[in-house]
Design a protein around this ligand. Structure first.
Ligand SMILES: [Zn+2]
Length: 225
């Protein structure tokens, strides 16, 4: 254990503390660094980090490092997280951008599963491009009791959502706002011809709208009815 004066590292920038923790995790080649492991190899004392970031788990999270439970993650979880980060950035995420709070899992988690970060991105793209087979005709009832036939479900799976987002440049097609430039913007994928009115859940009938424009659109639809 190191002896350290309480105030000594008070002015060390957050990123420097986190970078040192990440360095130790790389040295050990593992995602989870214990307090003892850090105190043995770290430039600072673990209490300097916990005083800054809360408990040790919060510190690991802040550095984009996670607990071992992440080894049980499915491809769907890992790719879904890439999708979220990609949408928030409005472009392909870089290795060193896979950090909390933007990303739930570190680039290291992806390397462990897919070899390299590049490999993870390639697998992600392949996964997204898998096209669902057209299903059987779905017969459903509308709110007015009429019968409708659809070839697709109303729900938009995240792979299709991602393809539509990419085509629309991760921006609202109505007002042009995007989370990349305005973190408060939330994007939705919307049926141009409403599903209730016979619109299908297909690439050509979907568009990106922000939550504000999407609400505006529903109101218009309502008035039309
Ligand atoms: Zn908008």
């Amino acid at each position: 254990m190191k002896f350290e004066l309480d105030t000594y590292h008070r002015n060390t920038p957050e990123q420097e503390l986190l970078d040192d923790l990440i360095r130790v995790s790389k040295e050990l080649s593992k995602d989870k660094v214990t307090i003892d492991e850090y105190n043995e190899r770290g430039k600072f004392h673990s209490t300097t980090l916990t005083r800054r970031f809360g408990n040790w788990f919060d510190t690991l999270k802040k550095a984009g490092l996670e607990k071992t439970r992440n080894l049980n993650l499915t491809d769907e979880d890992l790719f879904g997280n890439i999708e979220n980060v990609w949408i928030r950035l409005g472009r392909q995420p870089k290795y060193n951008e896979m950090l909390a709070p933007l990303s739930k899992y570190s680039a290291g988690t992806y390397e462990k599963r897919y070899g390299t970060w590049r490999g993870a991105l390639q697998q992600f793209v392949e996964y997204v491009n898998k096209i669902d087979e057209p299903g059987a005709t779905i017969i459903s009832e509308t709110s007015t009791g009429a019968t409708q036939r659809h070839k697709t479900k109303r729900d938009i799976n995240w792979r299709l959502r991602f393809l539509v987002m990419r085509r629309d440049n991760f921006k609202c097609v109505a007002c042009g706002r995007s989370p990349a430039t305005n973190p408060e913007v939330v994007l939705h994928v919307d049926h141009m011809l409403a599903w209730d009115k016979g619109g299908e859940t297909i690439y050509e009938n979907l568009q990106v709208l922000c939550s504000v424009c999407n609400i505006g659109k529903s109101n218009l639809d309502f008035r039309e009815e």
